[in-house]
Design a protein around this ligand. Structure first.
Ligand code: FES
Length: 76
């Protein structure tokens, strides 16, 4: 069984984030991003929607190669 108690293979990518919501949607105002923001794409961050480095352990454990998306302002 998968971590959710469902028969394997589990098709759920999101295992812990806002599971009572029908859909996880995050809205960040561009004006609130200073020079750079780093967003999680592995669904393992404990600081969702931001990356906390958890992708490193996930990649090591699974052989995956996921990483964050970095939003930054162009240097002028
Ligand atoms: Fe998920 Fe970094 S913690 S991409």
């Amino acid at each position: 069984f998968c971590p959710h108690g469902r028969p394997v293979p589990c098709k759920s990518i999101n295992q812990n984030i806002l599971k009572t919501n029908p859909k996880v949607v995050d809205t960040i105002d561009v004006e609130d991003i200073a020079d750079k923001a780093v967003f999680c794409r592995c669904w393992k961050s404990k600081n969702w929607p931001y990356c906390d480095g958890a992708h490193g352990a996930h990649n090591k454990e699974t052989g995956d190669n996921v990483g964050p998306v970095v939003i930054k302002r162009k240097e002028k």
